[in-house]
Ligand binder design. Structure first.
Ligand SMILES: [Mn+2]
Length: 324
């Protein structure tokens, strides 16, 4: 596995990236890896972190060197002999960044996703690891690398993001040993958890209030609510401010399925749907959407009452037997 370190040492220009719609695991690992490479003696001028999208606002504070950038056209004139992909199993998921990958590129891959295609000879992939950060930690241990403050905070942000602050069942003894390792490095873990996971914008909380005031819960456990474009305009919010709301709704006791409709354009709704024990992916597929069994979504131009009634019918079918 030291081969990966050798590759880094031999590299002239290194590009680090992660998937489209970047999250704290992908970006945190990118920031941490850059620090590890710098501490290995690689010049910061040889490393670039480029993403298909902008870095999310809530994790921007991790990027102390301000080196995480959204790719722009002039970047495509650059040449990188080594490309590192983090937290992503296929090249089509890195968006525009795939243009930097040629047959001559040395690809290095750290990941915890189920990988269907073998992308590279230099890979550390542990499918049952909690996060790519945990995979990177295994490499750190193997190579006995030192972890500085910036890397430590970025790795911790990655870890709490992918484990829901140690809530999910992907937390193993190894995950806790990784957390212990970070904790020994002394940093403000509470501050990171709050900024990465809990802080919400004023606009989000105002919109949450409106959504909660319309929340309905049927006797069989279908919870539903909605936001209209005019609600978003009234509180001077951005559409993205509605993103965290579904996860708050998902805490509702006794709800078996949660449906949240957001008007995206006049009379067009984006639906997010969650469950803890049923199959919302199949329901979303019937509307032309998809996702995961427990978290899915779709877009529809049907009126709200009709969407609720179709979802309710499909949910009843599952209650009648097809429980997953
Ligand atoms: Mn991840």
């Amino acid at each position: 596995m030291d081969l990966i370190r050798k590759q880094f040492r031999a590299a002239k220009k290194i590009l680090i990236t992660t998937h489209v719609g970047p999250d704290a695991d992908g970006v945190g690992c990118a920031i941490a890896l850059q620090e590890l490479l710098i501490d290995m003696g690689i010049s910061v001028s040889c490393i670039e972190i480029l993403l298909h999208d902008e870095i999310p606002e809530n994790i921007r504070f991790l990027d102390k060197r301000m080196s995480v950038k959204k790719v722009v056209n002039s970047d495509f004139e650059k040449f990188f002999d080594t490309v590192v992909i983090l937290d992503v199993g296929t090249l089509d998921r890195i968006g525009n960044i795939a243009k930097f990958v040629t047959p001559k590129t040395t690809l290095i891959h750290f990941d915890h996703h189920i990988s269907r295609e073998k992308l590279t000879h230099f890979a550390m992939i542990t499918e049952d690891a909690s996060s790519t950060a945990e995979v990177l930690y295994n490499w750190i241990r193997l190579c006995k690398l030192s972890v500085n403050q910036i890397a430590c905070e970025a790795l911790y942000a990655a870890l709490i993001h992918d484990t829901g602050n140690f809530l999910y069942n992907n937390v193993t003894v190894e995950t806790l040993q990784f957390a212990q390792f970070l904790k020994n490095l002394h940093f403000d873990a509470e501050n990171i958890s709050r900024r990465v996971l809990y802080n919400k914008s004023f606009a989000t909380l105002k919109l949450l209030g409106i959504a909660l005031s319309r929340l309905k819960l049927s006797s069989d456990g279908l919870a539903s609510t909605y936001l209209m474009l005019k609600d978003i305009e009234e509180v001077k919010a951005h559409y993205n401010d509605t993103d965290p709301i579904i996860e708050v709704l998902n805490n509702l006791e006794n709800a078996k399925i949660i449906l949240f409709l957001k008007e995206k354009e006049p009379n067009v709704f984006k639906a997010s749907i969650r469950t803890k024990e049923y199959d919302v992916e199949s329901i979303s597929r019937d509307f032309g959407g998809g996702g995961h069994i427990k978290a899915a979504g779709f877009t529809t131009s049907k009126p709200i009452y009709e969407v609720v009634s179709i979802v309710s019918e499909k949910f009843k079918e599952q209650l009648r037997g097809k429980r997953v």
